[in-house]
Design a protein around this ligand. Sequence first.
Ligand code: BGC
Length: 728
Amino acid sequence: MCWLIQNYIYNPEDNKHYEGAFTQGNGYVNIRGSFEEDLDGATQNDIYWRLPANVTLEKARHSKSKWGVYVPGIYGVHPILGEEIVNLPYFLGVNLYFDSERLDMEVSDYRDFTRSLNMKNAVLERSFTWKIKGNDIEVNFKRYCSMENKNLVVQELVLNSLDKDVELRLENFIDAGITTNGYNHFTKVLLENDEALKAFVTTDTNQEVGIYSKVFVDGSDKSAIGFSSSESRIIESFNIHLKKNNRIIIKKYSIITTSIDTDYKNDIRSLLHSKAKAINNNITMDSHEKLWQERWNISDINIVGDKEVQLATRFSIYHLLRAVNDSDKVAIDAKAYAGEAYFGHYFWDTEIYLLPFYIYTQPQHAKNLLMYRYNTLKGAKENAKRYGYEGARYPWEACISGWEQCSNWQYSDLEIHVTADIVYGMWNYYEATGDEEFLLNEMLEIMVETARYWVSRVDVVDCKYRLLGVMGPDEYLPFTNDNSFTNYMVKFSLNKTLEVLEIAKKNNLDKFNELKVTNEEIDLIRKVSSELVFLLDDKSKFIHQCEGFEKFLEVDFEKVWIDKSKPFGNFISQEKNYRSKALKQADVVALLYLFKNDFDEDIKKNCIKYYEKLTTHDSSLSYIFHSLVYSDIKDSKSAYEFLHKSLGIDLYGKGSAEGIHIANCGGIWQGIVMGLCGLGLSSNNKELILNPNLPEHIKKIEFKIYLKRRLYKVTVEKQQVDIKEITK
Ligand code: BGC
């Protein structure tokens, strides 16, 4: 139950959404759920200038379909947008012809169309009956990215002629005529054929990709009847003789390898050939399914009493599981490798929204994500230097190098909270896993280097430490002083740094000595952390978003925001928005959730009441933090309403055309586990505690959680809760 995402009508208007929503992946390659065949009018190689813009307000280029094959870590350099993920050659291509008619969802006549993603085993399927000249042919496509062999993608096509014998022609193809955000990142393309199709491309960063694709027609290695190629496409053709009511099965196996594979030794061709040896026509799905089952077994959430929430929660978990990479050289981009918006860049989304899911259900992946930050520390130090500061300053938009990739100055220069968010995420990881080795080595180094940045970034004004000229999570107020979210995060990260430094110093650890931290430095970190301004008004129990927030312009939302189906930002000029009291997303509200033990109920209630009215939720990261704060203050009705809005972003709102809003997916997991079920840690971090807040109609929620390497099963019901250790 509740494992299938289905679509019954092909509609060019929402086709791109399904391509994004049906994205498959295995921790190495990610592939959008586009059709196997060409789609009339959907070109893939358009060249255009994608300019830096506010992605929330940007009009996506209209196209019915955008193929997407992404291997995280393979990137190119765009002249304006910096390092960006590269959309690789589309190797799933299969065209079917009857006489001169090519099967095409835009122009062909067909009935009973269904496509569905089975999230349990990550298999994508499409079936329909193709009506050609008085004859009906049943067509069924299936495919998956193998979890067992990460370089392997398996496709199956079953054809059955219902009325008479027919001759069809099948074209297997690889297409390298693919641009990413309108830019061609391939400096070299080589297309070949002998016993199979092959494509080799080199990116403008000199990374190499090799693809091999082989077709088996009904059990036999039937030879192709011909080959053809253009500058960007290589094709092999097969004759398919379909006897009436006699199903024919065609299998297509593809191998994709790259120069970032761990077994790459300077020769993509020999790597490809050695990996292609794994291909034979007896490959089964058993191990692939078993591996997916193992992941679900730990990460699934079972919800009794609300099918809608159940399906959307699984949808979120599915994407969290398929998008996370096995490598610690990459993270998860804002669109989860399901589209090109945000160019494959990594944001604070990783540490704040995604990490809890991995920390508690797939801790090794959490560690990899944090190690990615460690592996890009050098870039972060260079960023700090470039801005004239000490230590390490993590980029607002990160990619492979750790250098800032954001081409909009407002965010890159001012949205500095990400550097403290990373320490917050690492601390959460440490508390839940108890990974001291990491704490006293990589984490300590990041903490010290980022603390060095903060003490050089603060200004002393009126005898107070301040952070001037910053943008908080609310990106509609770009240049503010003492943003409360930022300042509180910085205080937290400096405090924790001091705690770890104390242990490291007392034990005279190598890492401590290597970092050459002086006593004066420690004193300064202590001073800044305790004296940095935090705008909590104790009397009125209210946190000000930033200095002088109340003086910004009031907005008459009813008058300005005339069509609520579109982001508010569309109805106001950027200039006016930037001086108005309209929030893009949760800011103080985010703080209330992330530090829920630090603020009392009155503060929470006052703040959410005030800020919610001003929040436009133009960012997909906003709703879920409202849901989480409402859960915390036991307003289950509002918590559920906001959770529901979050579910409407990708799945129910058909918002995945340009990729998956993966931060929201991680947020949904938190909304259920930390929100509705109220999961938290005891003050010594040794026990799980539950403070549930289930809406009336939800009868039961069950999930599993790792804490300090032990696995627990948690059951939350209206009248009772249960935490049982099930570590094997
Ligand atoms: C949000 C940021 C977020 C980014 C990527 C923006 O629209 O305002 O908070 O990090 O999207 O998801």
